[in-house]
Design a protein around this ligand. Sequence first.
Ligand code: 6CS
Length: 358
Amino acid sequence: MIIFNKKGLLSFILLLSIGMVLAACGGNEGGGDGGESGGEGTQNWKFVTEEVEGQVQYEYAQEFADRMNEKSDGQVNIEVYEYGGLGTESDQVEQLQGGAVEMAVMSPGFTGNMVKEGQVFALHFLFPDSVEKTQEVLNTSEALNTDLVEKYKEHSITPLSFWTEGAMQWTSSKKIEKPEDFQNFKMRTQTSPLILESYKAYGAQPTPMSWSELYTALDRGTVEGQENPIFFIGDASFHEVQDYMTISNHNNYVAMTTVNSDWFEGLSEDLQNMVTETTEEMQEWVFEEQKKQNEEYLEVIKNDEDNPTEIIELTEEQRDQFREKAMPVRDFYREEVSTVDGEILDKLEQEIKDIAGE
Ligand code: 6CS
């Protein structure tokens, strides 16, 4: 059962949709000839996202679908699923792996127990402070686009691109300005274990959960805070049940456009090229979309007089205090998490240095 508390009262159960999709995909295990129907060449694909209509991931998938339909003269029909209809974020990972859906926008924050190296995105203060430069790293990094992609492929997931949904900020029921403020603080995180380590490094008590439960958990005080890009905080109305938003820019939210590996490799070369080309075009589109939404929602949160939120902008000195606590988590990644001796992180750090000079 998925319960949303978007705008305070939207609650719904969509088990029926799960049943319908699973029934429709019953014969498609392994992603073999997934989605081909209706005569030669007609393609019906499913594209699942972790967000709902209006939010960045959903709008991305819809734009992707429109472009593919146009380019293929109507041959490719992509049905976009908003979050909730097919279960939790983790259920969606399994659906892509099993071929029940062909495409997914996936956050590495939900695959950390499986693809250990993908947890590199959990490291605070690793990517450049500038969202533009972060996107440049995501576009060009060999560590990510070659080495990390190989790690995902071992699990039947092929990431075609990495893109940011913007810088992440903290919301909380008490002021967060220095690492000590996190002492025993009940922090909601996604499920990747290294995200939890990053918050333990500040002294917090992290609790992983799906975002569908988060509004209620914040409202009831089951958790006291969370991290997300501003557009998501505003659109999911988390600020309604939080008193503070700390502009920390401690990390960038990264999402991946992924396909079921066997299914993708089984497509004709023309279709593969069309998908790859569209994925590349969409990098610029999604950068503009997240920028616009993050700017708009900052104003929404600031101007919401019914639900006042105190916005705290950290100074560089304050950010340094968090950075200092966050650095040992990189050693933890190298020693305890990476299965290839921290090679991906070492290469990525160098690539970041080359782009940002940091
Ligand atoms: O906090 C989360 O889990 C959600 N945040 C974003 C920006 N997208 C989807 C994800 O599940």
